[in-house]
Design a binder for this molecule. Structure first.
Ligand SMILES: Cc1ncc(COP(=O)(O)O)c(C=O)c1O
Length: 395
């Protein structure tokens, strides 16, 4: 960790190490380096010198990003990966083997659930899905064979907020490693390691990058755990490309500033939507009817970022109408966390693989829309949503 100045300051200076040279770290777009002698190459291969023996083993731009994110997450170390899913896969394969058990939040991202439900059972790794907000259920699911407890800091799309310190205490009883997907939260708003979690991971094209232009994932934690995960990344060939690491670092520099604007926008939009007659429910931790307002206030003193979802009284036809009327200002998008506001219909996109009864249990109805509120002026967004919803109502 460089110093303990404010997170905003450290983010802005990410990648600058004081010595003379380019202000923006150079892009090392090469798969391999040459070395003057075997000893120099061995030092890189043994991890004593950072360098690029061969791209898949790690490279300069990856290491710069890893140091920056580790610093923001209060972690000793981090490892970058080709995608968020690569980060999760490498983590599970590094820490669990045949016969082991995983406990995961059933509200987790669909890709996370697919890996746990479809691929890992074939390797003998079994998962029990729980509601991570239900501590009694989590307590019943954890066993001495449970190697990993996987939760999301804020869940998609209903913004549930698990009580991480309480989950960490429960996992401690069975010696279970706690890994938190903090893609929605980011270190600007919530740092799971400071609440006792062992690992935190992210999908980089979301808030960390912020510009929807760089792919990647990252896991941060203690050196021992990250070394094991790094080895698994190398074996899987799941290394992030140097260009994507370079781009992600540029985005990371403005993360705290962006998260403030996302939070301000989502809170204002949630307040507006909550009073609109075309809308029956708004899922946002700032709303008094959200089940986790108390936990959110305790764990997220600066707010919860740009994500929210809402339920249209008119169901699926009203969703189609809204998507149509909001174009092109607020487009339909398969991802989230861009600086521009986007929306998605979870039931038929992000959660399409789930059967109807599970969708219902997770509160993902046909009329539910997820909004990723960008950094635009909130009054503009409210005017656009108001115009689209009012017209939708009368049609
Ligand atoms: C919360 C969350 N976690 C993980 C992932 C997976 O990340 P990636 O798409 O980078 O593999 C996503 C992707 O949308 C996500 O939304």
């Amino acid at each position: 960790m460089s110093d303990r100045s404010h997170l905003t300051t450290r983010a802005a200076r990410a990648g600058i190490h004081g010595e003379s040279g380019p202000l923006v770290p150079a892009l090392h777009q090469t798969t391999v380096h040459s070395y003057p002698d075997l000893a120099s190459l061995h030092r890189v291969l043994d991890g004593e010198d950072s360098g690029n023996a061969y791209y898949r083993f790690g490279h300069y731009n990856g290491h710069v990003l890893e140091r920056a994110v580790a610093d923001l997450e209060s972690a000793a170390e981090a490892v970058t990966t080709a995608s968020g899913m690569a980060a999760l896969t490498a983590t599970v394969l590094a820490l669990a083997e045949a016969g082991d058990h995983v406990v995961a939040d059933r509200n987790a991202y669909g890709g996370t659930r697919s890996l746990l439900e479809t691929d890992l059972p074939r390797l003998g790794i079994r998962t029990t899905f729980v509601d991570a907000a239900d501590l009694a259920e989590v307590g019943r699911a954890l066993t001495p064979q449970t190697r990993l407890l996987l939760v999301e800091a804020l869940t998609n799309p209903t913004l549930r907020v698990p009580d991480l310190p309480a989950l960490v205490a429960l996992a401690g009883r069975t010696g279970t490693t706690v890994a938190v997907d903090a893609t929605f939260a980011t270190p600007a708003l919530f740092r799971p390691l400071e609440h006792g979690a062992d690992l935190v991971w992210h999908s980089i094209p979301k808030y960390l990058g912020g510009h929807s232009a760089a792919m990647g994932g990252i896991v941060a934690g203690a050196t021992g755990l990250i070394s094991r995960i790094r080895q698994s990344v190398v074996h899987l060939g799941a290394t992030q490309a140097p260009f994507d690491a370079w781009m992600a670092l540029l985005g990371l520099k403005t993360l705290p500033l962006r998260m403030r604007a996302h939070t301000r926008g989502a809170t204002a939009v949630a307040e507006f939507l909550a009073t609109h007659p075309a809308i029956t429910r708004v899922h946002h931790p700032s709303r008094p009817d959200h089940p986790h307002t108390g936990i959110a206030a305790r764990l997220y003193p600066d707010g919860t970022g740009g994500m929210l979802s809402f339920e249209l009284a008119g169901g699926r036809p009203a969703v189609d109408e809204l998507v149509h009327r909001l174009r092109p200002s607020i487009p339909l998008s398969g991802s989230l966390a861009d600086v521009a506001t986007t929306l998605v219909h979870p039931a038929t996109t992000t959660h399409r693989s789930l059967p109807p009864d599970e969708l219902e249990a997770l509160g993902i109805t046909d009329g539910l829309v997820r909004l990723s509120v960008g950094i635009e002026e909130p009054s503009d967004l409210i005017a656009e949503l108001g115009a689209a919803l009012t017209t939708g109502e009368s049609s």
